[in-house]
Design a protein around this ligand. Structure first.
Ligand SMILES: [Zn+2]
Length: 198
């Protein structure tokens, strides 16, 4: 009996040692649902997003990990209310926002727009046919951009005074700027409860 007690006590000590001072909520995940376009581009884009998210995680204290994952069409993952889902669709005629009763008129009028976010319906989407040669770099940038819209709950106002990935005419060469990373980090904890079933 005395023996068991002391073993138990030392286990508690070890647990405290590992957790000490670093209690966090867990992970943040961007789920990208593949509904059209080049699958290979999305696989590469997910790898790039994972590197961007590492930088974002380093600049905030709510989450201890940030991950991007590819979600197969016709599957409905259960996600955390802080997670983000972005739909990759073949072209704007396959818009999830429009199918759900929202408007993508801005993007219909301007084919330079790679993606849209509907803040009310809480849907993010990117258009595969608008990527330059199926560029995974552009795709990862567009997913980062729409993620920042939904997380900050800002429409085009988000672009004000932004450069790099988050400007009005985003530049997806290179990586998100320090300011881009800080902006997403600042807004990362916002709860969304996005739908994953479309
Ligand atoms: Zn935007």
């Amino acid at each position: 009996m005395g023996m068991e007690k002391s073993t138990f006590a030392s286990e508690i000590l070890i647990i405290h040692k590992f957790n000490g001072g670093h209690l966090k909520m867990g992970g943040f995940t961007v789920h990208v649902k593949y509904k059209g376009g080049k699958r290979d581009s999305l696989e590469k884009a997910v790898t790039l997003l994972n590197t961007y998210l590492k930088s974002v995680i380093d600049k905030q204290k709510t989450f201890d990990a940030g991950t991007a994952v590819l979600v197969e069409d016709n599957t409905t993952p259960s996600i955390l209310e802080t997670d983000v889902m972005v739909y990759m669709v073949r072209n704007i005629s396959k818009s999830v926002i429009k199918a759900q009763g929202g408007s993508v008129a801005t993007a219909e009028a301007n084919d330079k727009i790679l993606g849209m976010t509907d803040l009310n319906k809480k849907i993010c989407e990117v258009y595969a046919d608008r990527l330059y040669e199926d560029s995974p770099k552009e795709l990862s940038g567009a997913i980062f951009h729409e993620t920042a819209h939904i997380k900050s709950n800002q429409d085009n106002a988000m672009h004000t005074n932004k450069t790099g990935f988050l400007g009005a005419s985003p530049d997806y060469n290179g990586s998100p700027t320090d300011d881009n990373v800080q902006f997403l980090a600042t807004n990362l904890g916002r709860k969304l409860a996005m739908t994953t079933s479309y």
